[in-house]
Write a protein that binds this ligand. Structure first.
Ligand SMILES: *Cc1c(COP(=O)(O)O)cnc(C)c1O
Ligand code: SF4
Length: 308
């Protein structure tokens, strides 16, 4: 990978060791959006770095209490009315700051044979109005398997909203297939798709076309970003991101403070800086293009709003 990028591995001491603990994965689309420079804001999200091996106080394996929130393997509920289903362990890219980079997917994935347990739990909880398909990335499932999961959830009358959290449409635009679009067009649920884009450069022509196609199905199309040092921690980058998202039919939803996961401390931006950045955005942009700055704290009944 380092040779492919024209980067001298000797310039990246420790990067190979970091990739052994959390494998390096990037797609041609994401690579095409990046300059071949370790400091590039797109490449920095995916390129293993020696800094991942350093211990940092407060940066832990399960930073947001995911394991305590598991109701049944692969079904996490933290908030009223909605539960998150780990539909698959796989992702097309490995984001180095991922809060689930140490997640025990082997025990927690509601994989094919276990979906029924997760769906049974949802069916037995009439207060659950929304299911969030997550992972991993739910669009790593092939269309027939995704349709199967969709149908099992559709059989639960009190589930009225379906949400997909996915990075696939921008890193693998060809994943937005006619079959996927047809599934999203089905009227059974009020459906939303929440993308994950951190920098305007990720919105390649292919990514924009994929977003527009999703938007064309009538789903609510939102984006969540993580505030990352060296990627989007300045008002110019965040403003350009919001504008590029909206031009592609996507509304900014959350800007997350980094979850303190072991191996990602070098991406951290402090809360005061985050609040200042949001104040700058408010001066530049209409309110609907300013994402809500949030932090997730284990045990809280919602993500904590810090600024919006
Ligand atoms: C973040 C999260 C959600 C979604 O929260 P919203 O505020 O509804 O976007 C749902 N379930 C879990 C477990 C989460 O971590
Ligand atoms: S796409 Fe999401 S779940 Fe997958 S590695 Fe990136 S942040 Fe983690």
């Amino acid at each position: 990978m380092f040779a492919d990028l024209g980067l001298d591995a000797g310039l990246l001491p420790g990067a190979r060791a970091a990739a052994e603990s959390f494998g390096c994965r990037i797609t041609p689309e994401a690579l095409g959006a990046a300059a071949h420079d370790p400091a590039d804001p797109v490449l920095r999200q995916f390129l293993p770095a020696a800094a991942e091996l350093e211990d940092a106080a407060g940066f832990v394996v399960d930073p947001v209490g995911d394991l305590a929130a598991a109701r049944t393997p692969g079904l996490l509920q933290k908030y009223a009315g909605r539960a998150l289903l780990i539909a698959t362990a796989a992702c097309a890219v490995h984001c180095r700051y991922c809060f689930r980079r140490h997640f025990p997917y082997g025990e927690q994935t509601a994989a094919r044979d276990d979906w029924q347990a997760a769906v049974d739990h949802v069916a037995a909880a009439p207060d659950l109005r929304e299911v969030v398909l997550s992972g991993g990335d739910p669009l790593m499932l092939a269309d027939p398997r995704l349709a199967e999961l969709w149908e099992r959830l559709a059989a639960v009358p009190h589930v009225v909203r379906l949400r997909l959290h996915t990075r696939m449409p921008t890193v693998v635009p060809e994943r937005v297939t006619p079959a996927l679009l047809a599934l999203l067009r089905r009227p059974r649920f009020a459906t939303s798709v929440v993308l994950h884009v951190n920098h305007a450069a990720e919105l390649t022509p292919g990514a924009v076309a994929a977003a527009r196609a999703l938007r064309g199905t009538g789903v609510a199309l939102l984006n969540q970003s993580v505030l990352l040092r060296g990627v989007n921690d300045d008002a110019g980058a965040l403003g350009a991101l919001s504008e590029a998202l909206f031009a592609a039919g996507v509304v900014p939803y959350y800007l997350h403070l980094l979850d303190p996961v072991a191996g990602a401390a070098h991406f951290a931006v402090d809360e005061a800086t985050g609040r200042t950045l949001i104040a700058r955005l408010r001066e530049q942009l209409p309110g609907y293009l300013v994402p809500r700055l949030v932090r997730e704290t284990a045990g809280r009944p919602a993500k904590t709003a810090l600024a919006c």
